[in-house]
Design a protein around this ligand. Structure first.
Ligand code: CUA
Length: 331
């Protein structure tokens, strides 16, 4: 392959890799808030600078390799080495540092007094989400974070077992969740929409299956959502769902899962009080549906290898159907 061939191949690979995750609900390059915008701007600044320098270096290499070129004098050669090898990188790196440093305080500053506080705990392999409440008990859910647009949000991050990393690419940078040490992350969602977050630190077998949904609402809509989540679970009226509720009790599901308003008050697994209102189940793995509930309950070990929850493949199709109907009715 000629030098020109190598150059164009490298350029193509760079462009394809760059374009692969430039859009979608889990993209740092489609920012939905000022923190993420800063990161996207920094990324493009760094990338464009890097590409320009790379092209210049390749150009110089081609020029140096061309046979028609007369050798440089000793003085010009030394000037090229000092200018290109010392002065140029010092100036470029200093400018990039000066551009990037002012972004730091955004993450480190104290939260404004009206900031919404959301506690998130990472566990193998799901997210416990808790909203503080002035009136009544805290609102707890799992694998879904709802936020109001236009208001600062302070995430207080913990880890229940091993190190995880909390990351919502469309809203801002990632932050490690460390056992025994609380970390925080200040974000400002500004665009209403549905986004995707993920664990960004390898945390075991199903690390890649540890994602979550982020829904940014208008402020009034968010208040309505939070009020609905604070309510206890509805008693299912549908006979199939009612049978599912009985099976849920008989199987002892409530030892691990909480369903507020019922006897189920387990703390080991995700809170299921309003699981029927969520967009996905199993930490973002499956779109919520009665079929998905049945699959996950029967084949937990293959859908999320290593998960603490055992697979209930021994249940009859009828019992699985009833359980799924109950969970789906928990709106
Ligand atoms: Cu949690 Cu990776």
């Amino acid at each position: 392959m000629t030098l020109r061939g190598v150059t164009s191949a490298l350029l193509s690979v760079t462009l394809v890799l760059g374009a692969a995750r430039c859009s979608g609900e889990q993209s740092s390059l489609e920012p939905a808030g000022p923190v993420a915008s800063g990161i996207a701007t920094l990324f493009w600044g760094m990338t464009i600078t890097g590409v320009v320098i790379w092209l210049a270096v390749i150009g110089l290499a081609l020029y140096a390799a061309s046979s028609a070129r007369a050798p440089l004098s000793r003085g010009r050669g030394r000037a090229l080495i000092i200018g290109g090898g010392v002065v140029f990188p010092t100036v470029v790196l200093s400018v990039l540092l000066a551009v990037a440093l002012p972004m730091l305080p955004r993450f480190l500053r104290a939260a404004p007094s009206d900031a919404l506080r959301v506690h998130v705990t990472g566990r193998q392999w799901w997210w416990n989400v808790r909203y503080e409440s002035n009136a009544g008990p805290a609102v707890v859910l799992a694998n879904e974070v709802h936020l109001p647009a236009g208001r600062s949000v302070e995430f207080l991050l913990d880890a229940g077992d091993v190190i995880h990393s909390f990351w919502i690419p469309a809203l801002g940078g990632k932050m490690d969740m460390i056992p025994g040490r609380r970390t925080r992350l200040l974000l400002e969602p500004s665009t209403v929409g549905v986004y995707r977050g993920a664990c960004a630190e390898f945390c075991g077998t199903s690390h890649a299956r540890m994602t979550f949904i982020v829904v940014v609402h208008e402020a009034a809509e968010f208040d309505r959502w939070l009020a609905a989540q604070a309510e206890p679970a509805q008693i299912p009226a549908d006979p199939l769902a009612a049978r599912g509720a009985a099976i849920f009790g008989e199987l002892g599901c409530g030892a691990c899962h909480a369903v507020r308003g019922t006897d189920a008050d387990g703390m080991i697994g995700p809170d299921l009080t309003h699981v029927g209102s969520r967009l996905t189940i199993a930490a973002g793995l499956l779109p919520r549906s009665t079929d998905a509930f049945q699959s996950f309950i029967a084949r937990t070990d293959t859908i999320k290898p290593g998960a603490l929850m055992p697979a209930f493949g021994m249940l009859s199709p009828g019992d699985l159907q009833a359980l799924a109907a109950y969970l789906d009715a928990l709106k």
